[in-house]
Design a binder for this molecule. Structure first.
Ligand code: ADP
Length: 769
């Protein structure tokens, strides 16, 4: 079994270990005493069994007393009482003078609440501490100045390590940073010359079990003056009120877990102190201090260290910002140029693909795949398309808050093993979850050497019983491991750049959708206005025009004998022109009405509609030799019957009109989407709808006119030729087709004939797209 497998399988049992109640050990370290107080009288409920050594009273005696029986100055009781309903933290440390066999002994008292109980921890003030005590401000200020001067995160960590060592005198002070997988790395160190350096070493996740990490997050400083000291039990063991072991999560005196003691022992450490570095509510790291012999640190100095730890945590944001500054600036400028091209382009995908090197550099990847509407567009070094298609459904289950990333894909997704050389690192960004649109960046495998503080796999031992036991490493000497199946980790600035790209894409797409909606609205409004204008204008023009027409007819009838031939001819032209103008206005009025009337959509058998149109046309064209061809019955479609009738009438009457052949024919039919006759253009126009056509063997239309014949009043011939007309017929046909959300176009060969194609879609279907 490989090492990594061994560790993986043990995770379950280690999770059990992580539930071990290390916060309720029932014992304390012997350098102080612990009193559990109850109620406003501060009655002593539980005590540590070492009270005689430090307070001169046996535990049994103390359990009959209350706190006021111990204190020299009863004013202090009043002060504590004032904080009963508040947070005790602000009065710590209490400087308590306690009676001990007629003498007064000074203690640092640390008070806090644990459930209903009040816990008071007392540590004797060493005379040495008292004499050497300098003001808090005096100690802290120079360190803060140095911290501010530090340029980089590394400088900041180094300053803190050195200053904390200076303040405390520990043999070794390290800044230990946690990675996202829970392991830690020593990123700064100050130490005495005699001991080996730990700088740069990695420590496995299990070195600090999750239970302990949680305690580090809760209380910021932990001191172990002597890991070998005998732990002192509480009397009674269970809390009399709760009948439960006392929760000592926040106790500074809480005794050390046996596993941690062995760990320190194996490392040659006797005294230790750790200060938590909490950044963005997460345990970012620790200031870890080690000493080879027992060592006490006064409460004042501890407070200074804790304060510096908190100040450092605040500075982290600042310094992390400066980390990789040049690289971050480069990412920013790539991002800006990508956004720029995206904003200017109509299609963001095209612009992303157009400059794929920009897209790769944005996160420092070697390959990228854009997954859009079940289609893949790849650039750079990526796995095969088929592999990416297989990978995508899994990636979509992993994405959380729009993003997923890993630097060892094949460990999480074993099918990636064959292509680990190009894709050990994966950063996936979801753009539109509903349409499963995403960007996948890939990073190749890169062999890496990790320097561990001792062999990390020797931590877990299998006991004879088969149970697993955490067994701290005996050796902390450099232990090198070559890591495969792993890419360079994604930096937080690269992850941020990806997320920002997503926001920009979403912003641009939304902005474009807004623009489109606005333009559509404006278009609809202006169309309405145009229709209204055409209606009013044509309606109002009709009246005076009719007058002119009537008067010119009257003049011809009543005064023709007074005029010469030329005058009569001019009046006749006037009458003809006004008649023509009236026809034009009538067409315009009809056209504008078409846009205003509501459609009555219903299933219409087009064979019926066609028959009606042909009946009317046959009456008008009885004399002509005309063949009507209907190759197969037409389907039933949802449409407005009146308008569809007009559409057929117009197209068929044109087919008859613009035909000078002796044997005229008109064919009315439709093509299916899979018809062999479909050209590329036709296929694109309608994948699912029949394409209707009206074909003739007429005069045809020259190619140069194909684009203009749908314009209103556009005729290609003199007004009297081919039976005349206003030139509005095809405009009306187009309007009808468009109101049915369809398309119309023409194919024609001069002297051979023309074919008008059109589609019809119902509105609901259109809305659903
Ligand atoms: P009108 O028939 O009143 O002139 P249309 O809008 O129906 O107006 O037609 C516009 C022009 O398109 C016609 O003048 C004609 O030149 C041309 N056209 C229309 N249909 C055909 C056809 N089937 N064959 C040849 N030309 C046609």
């Amino acid at each position: 079994m490989s090492k990594s497998n061994l560790l993986n399988e043990q995770t379950i049992d280690l999770a059990e270990y992580n539930k071990e109640p290390i916060h309720t050990p029932g014992t304390i370290q012997p350098h102080g005493v612990l009193l559990v107080l109850q109620g406003p009288q501060f009655k002593i409920q539980q005590v540590s069994s070492n009270t005689f050594d430090l307070l001169g009273l046996q535990p049994e005696e103390l359990l009959k007393k209350s706190l006021k029986d111990l204190l020299v100055d009863l004013e202090q009781i009043k002060i504590i009482k004032q904080y009963l309903s508040r947070d005790f933290e602000s009065i710590n440390p209490l400087k308590l003078a306690i009676k001990n066999e007629g003498k007064t002994v000074n203690f640092d008292g640390i008070i806090h609440r644990s459930g209903k109980a009040i816990i008071l921890e007392l540590e004797p003030v060493l005379s040495k501490d008292k004499n050497n005590f300098l003001s808090f401000y005096h100690l802290v200020r120079p360190v803060i100045v140095l911290m501010q001067k530090a340029q980089t995160l590394h400088d900041l960590c180094q300053v803190i390590a050195m200053e904390i060592r200076q303040l405390t005198g520990f043999d070794r002070v390290m800044i230990y940073r946690f990675s996202h997988n829970g392991s830690g790395t020593v990123i700064a160190e100050a130490k005495n010359k005699r001991i080996a350096p730990f700088m740069g070493l990695h420590f496995p996740d299990l070195d600090i079990p999750s239970q302990a990490k949680r305690l580090f997050s809760q209380s910021f400083l932990r001191l172990i003056p002597d890991a070998q000291a005998q732990p002192v039990p509480l009397i009674p063991t269970l809390n009399p009120t709760t009948k439960q072991p006392l929760d000592m999560s926040f106790c500074t005196l809480r005794s050390v877990s046996p596993c941690h003691i062995s760990y320190l022992e194996n490392m040659g450490v006797r005294a230790a102190m750790s200060i938590s570095l909490i950044y963005q509510q997460r345990l970012w790291g620790l200031i870890a201090c080690h000493h080879q012999s027992p060592k006490h640190v006064s409460y004042e100095i501890r407070t200074v260290c804790e304060f510096l730890g908190q100040a450092m945590a605040l500075e982290l944001a600042n310094k992390e910002e400066h980390e990789n500054l040049e690289y971050k600036l480069k990412l920013r400028s790539i991002q800006a140029s990508l956004i720029d091209t995206m904003t200017q382009s109509d299609n963001f995908v095209d612009s992303l693909v157009a400059d794929s090197s920009c897209l790769l550099d944005l996160v420092g990847a070697q390959g990228v795949a854009l997954y859009l509407d079940e289609r893949l567009i790849c650039a750079g070094k990526t796995p095969k398309e088929a592999d990416i298609y297989d990978l995508i459904p899994w990636v979509h289950t992993q994405i959380d808050n729009h993003i997923f990333y890993t630097d060892s894909l094949s460990k999480l997704y074993p099918p990636a093993t064959p292509f680990q050389s190009v894709a050990s690192g994966l950063l996936a960004l979801s753009i539109a979850p509903n349409r499963q649109t995403s960007i996948l960046w890939f990073r190749p495998e890169g062999l890496q050497t990790v320097n561990w503080g001792g062999d990390p796999t020797t931590q877990v031992e299998v006991e004879a019983s088969g149970n697993l036991r955490l067994s701290p490493r005996k050796s902390f000497d450099l232990w090198q491991e070559t890591v495969r199946q792993t890419a360079l980790p994604w930096l937080s600035c690269e992850i941020e750049a990806a997320l920002e790209l997503r926001s920009s894409i979403v912003g641009i797409v939304l902005q474009k959708a807004d623009e489109l909606a606005r333009v559509n609205l404006e278009l609809a409004q202006s169309n309405q206005e145009l229709d209204a204008f055409a209606y009013i204008a044509s309606h109002d023009l009709k009246e005076p025009l009719r007058g002119i027409h009537n008067y010119s007819s009257l003049l011809i009838e009543d005064y023709a004998q007074l005029l010469d031939q030329e005058g009569v001819s001019k009046l006749q032209t006037l009458a003809r022109l006004t008649q023509r103008m009236e026809n034009l206005i009538e067409s315009l009025l009809h056209f504008s009405r078409l846009g205003r009337v509501e459609l009555f959509m219903q299933p219409i058998d087009l064979n019926e509609a066609l028959k009606n149109a042909l009946d009317v046309l046959r009456i008008n064209h009885t004399s002509e030799a005309l063949e009507i061809r209907i190759p197969r019955p037409l389907p039933v479609v949802l449409c407005d019957p009146t308008q569809i009738n007009e559409l057929f009438t117009n197209l068929i009457s044109n087919a008859i009109k613009y035909n000078n052949k002796a044997q005229k024919w008109v064919e009315i039919g439709y093509l299916d989407a899979d018809s062999a006759q479909l050209t590329d253009r036709l296929t694109k126009t309608s994948a699912h709808h029949p394409i209707f056509y009206v074909r003739d063997n007429g005069i045809g239309i020259l190619e140069k006119h194909l684009g203009t014949i749908f314009q209103i009043f556009k005729r290609l011939h003199a007004s009297s030729k081919y039976g005349g007309g206003t030139g509005a017929g095809l405009t009306i046909v187009r309007k009808i087709v468009e109101r049915h959300h369809g398309k119309i176009w023409v194919e024609s060969i001069a002297d051979v004939g023309s074919t008008f194609y059109f589609t019809l879609k119902d509105e609901e279907e259109n809305d659903a797209r």
